[in-house]
Write a protein that binds this ligand. Structure first.
Ligand SMILES: [Cu+2]
Length: 144
């Protein structure tokens, strides 16, 4: 009986202490409607056991990137502004999605096309970097 209880409490303990790992998924990139305009990258970050801060997202497919947030500006027009130091809550998740936070991809390489996958590198204040493959979709295509 004691052995049985021991096993049960061990199982409960390990369920509570399951470590959460910082990771990112559901990454995709929308190409610009016109050549020379920036594209946009979206993804979801899942926090680890400790909160962290997303500092930058880069890709070899674009010369320059910026973290942005879209919001309703004056007269109901959508506007966007650069953001820095995006907080990722411990064990929480944060989505970069159309109409909200996104990564602007400036000077996309001319060979980047719909249907491809391009790597995104996410850098965090805690020192960790994550690389995810982003599905590339055309300007008018639905989110994958
Ligand atoms: Cu933007």
């Amino acid at each position: 009986m004691r052995a049985f209880l021991g096993i049960v409490s061990l199982a409960v303990l390990s369920a509570c202490q399951q470590p959460a790992e910082l990771k990112a998924d559901q990454a995709w990139v929308r190409l610009p409607a016109a050549e020379g305009r920036p594209g946009a990258a979206y993804f979801t970050v899942h926090g680890g056991d400790q909160s962290d801060t997303l500092l930058s997202v880069t890709t070899p497919a674009a010369l320059r990137t910026e973290l942005h947030e879209s919001m309703k500006g004056e007269h109901g027009m959508m506007a966007m502004k650069p953001i820095t130091d995006v907080a990722i809550p411990a064990r929480g998740s944060l989505a970069f999605a159309p109409g909200g936070k996104h990564v602007m991809l400036f000077d996309l390489g001319p060979r980047v096309a719909a249907g491809q996958r391009i790597p995104l590198k996410l850098s965090f204040a805690g020192g960790k970097t994550l690389e995810v493959e982003a599905m590339v979709v055309g300007a008018g295509d639905a989110a994958p």
